[in-house]
Design a protein around this ligand. Structure first.
Ligand SMILES: Nc1nc2c(c(=O)[nH]1)N[C@H]1C(S)=C(S)[C@@H](COP(=O)(O)O)O[C@H]1N2
Ligand SMILES: [Mo]
Length: 511
């Protein structure tokens, strides 16, 4: 039977084409090659140059505030894993689709892969913290993706089954080798070794010892000091920045008489002060977990600033992290005598953990982290509010963000034996101090709780109380009063723009 040459379908049917599985596999292998090549080059020019992570970071920075809120609320610190997994699923689907639309000619698939390569280039270029060399990583990634797609396509189409199988297996081996080499080269440059080599950091002025009655952990409160492994973590970084102490520089500049650049040893060789500080995230909902306490070791920011000489008219200390995050801290707070604002290099007797900002971060008692606690800090600019707008300020969060007086119930959880029920938890009013905590069972009277020893006004305070509970379901409510005499408001406010308020309540069943 003759087919009509004017019928395009009939015409193309005579051309050789890949089977659907082979076409999909071609797309998939091109993707894997592209990602592996990008990782390999990124291991040398900096982990942030990886096109995969750069696109993820761009997605985070472009995410509208409400969606980010939702992600943090739904997935907590796992939000990044969810994002990366989602990206991987999308990429695999697109790669397979790129293969399927290219069963005759490689061009359509190559255009799709090339488009994603361009996205990677754009994402890397958009990062202010990477050198120009960084663009090599997504560029090599793009060329690898498009090139491998073309080669595999040709091999599968024109050569025998065994030749194309060899080409496919060769690609898998090469991409695997590139990935492994990238991981090895990356780890040789990473910060773990540097941190391990820092050696002991000693405090000229150590924090006071923690008294035994600083917490009621046996009754269910958190431990007074949070172990580093359990300290909450909040940041926008997809890959934890890896900065070696040897490479770290802190530039202090802007409205100052003398610009100064500090190295790690410049800081560690100064007399170090250790302070106990409770850090809290503005995104912590009432009763939430984003609050922890540690012994931070470092130097006074006020000392560094006085060495540089702050000029009149300056309003904020604008800090920048190696990953591009920025925070704006009121200079008046940083310079306030007795505030204890610090550049920290140690945490609970160790060099700062990498996740918590190694080699150095800021800690300002009494302010939410997003306006004060820049991790992996590399730049301090003394400036005005109008000159620079920090990361979360641009996204609708407040410029001034002192921590609000709050309290939380940690026990009981769910059930308790009827009769005398011990209720326990924590309360905080950083830099002001907690004077009183009261609890209430159902609609009963407020009862004063027993407070733990006050270690410092900059840290949380634990409490417990005994309540009489009949068998059945009950509600417990808590409220704290700070040292100014102000009782925590019961008005419910969302975390945006400057921190949640309201009384924490829990329910439990007594039996
Ligand atoms: N580089 C960098 N530093 C950052 C952030 C960030 O996203 N990037 N987040 C800030 C916020 S919102 C908080 S609450 C604290 C949390 O510090 P932690 O992770 O050590 O608990 O870090 C602050 N420092
Ligand atoms: Mo935060």
């Amino acid at each position: 039977m003759r087919t009509d040459p004017a019928d395009p379908a009939a015409d193309s049917a005579s051309q050789p084409r890949l089977s659907a599985p082979v076409a999909g596999l071609t797309g998939l292998l091109a993707l894997v090659s592209a990602l592996a090549a990008g990782q390999l080059v990124a291991a040398f020019v900096g982990p942030g140059a990886s096109p995969f992570f750069a696109v993820g970071n761009a997605a985070i920075d472009l995410t509208p505030g409400w969606l980010k809120d939702f992600a943090v609320r739904s997935f907590g610190t796992a939000d990044k894993t969810v994002l990366l997994a989602g990206m991987a699923v999308v990429l695999v689907a697109v790669a397979v689709a790129a293969g399927l639309v290219s069963r005759r000619r490689p061009l359509p698939g190559q255009l799709i892969i090339g488009f994603f390569g361009v996205l990677g280039i754009a994402a890397v270029l958009a990062r202010s913290d990477l050198g120009q060399l960084a663009v090599v990583a997504p560029l090599v990634s793009l060329l690898a993706g498009v090139g491998v797609f073309g080669l595999l396509h040709r091999a599968a189409l024109s050569r025998g089954v065994s030749a194309s199988r060899r080409a496919f297996l060769g690609t898998v081996a090469a991409a695997g080798a590139a990935g492994v080499a990238g991981a090895l080269a990356g780890s040789a440059k990473d910060a773990d070794g540097s941190r391990a080599g820092v050696g002991p950091l000693t405090a000229a002025r150590p924090a006071p010892p923690i008294p035994a009655d600083a917490d009621f952990a046996k009754l269910g409160t958190p431990a007074f000091l949070t172990p580093n492994s359990g300290f909450y973590r909040i940041d926008t970084a997809l890959v934890v920045p890896q900065v070696r102490a040897e490479d770290w520089r802190l530039r202090l500049h802007g409205m100052v008489d003398r610009e100064i650049t500090y190295r790690y040893d410049d800081i560690r060789n100064r007399p170090l002060v250790e302070r106990i500080v409770t850090l809290c995230c503005v995104s912590n909902p009432v009763g939430g977990p984003y609050i922890s306490t540690a012994r931070f070791l470092g130097v006074d920011l006020a000392d560094l600033l006085s060495e540089a000489g702050v000029r009149p008219g300056a309003e904020q200390l604008f800090s920048t992290s190696v990953d591009g995050f920025t925070a704006g801290t009121p200079l008046a707070t940083v310079l306030e005598p007795g505030r204890g604002a610090m550049l920290a290099i140690g945490m609970n007797g160790e060099p700062l953990p990498i996740k918590h900002g190694f080699p150095a971060r800021l800690v300002v008692p009494g302010l939410y982290g997003y306006v004060s606690a820049t991790k992996w800090v590399t730049d301090l600019e003394v400036t005005t509010w109008s000159a620079r707008q920090a990361y979360w300020l641009k996204r609708g969060w407040a410029e001034q963000a002192p921590v609000k007086t709050e309290s939380r119930i940690d026990a009981p959880r769910g059930t308790a034996a009827a009769g005398k029920v011990r209720v326990a938890g924590t309360a905080w009013a950083q830099h002001t101090g907690i004077d009183r905590v009261e609890v209430r069972l159902d609609d009963g009277p407020w009862r004063q709780a027993v407070l733990s020893a006050e270690v410092t006004v900059d840290a949380w305070r634990m409490w417990w109380a005994e309540l009489d509970a009949t068998p059945g379901a009950h509600t417990v409510t808590v409220r704290a009063t700070d040292r100014t005499g102000a009782t925590q408001t019961d008005r419910v406010a969302d975390v945006v723009p400057d921190g949640a308020t309201g009384w924490h309540t829990i329910t439990f069943t007594a039996s």
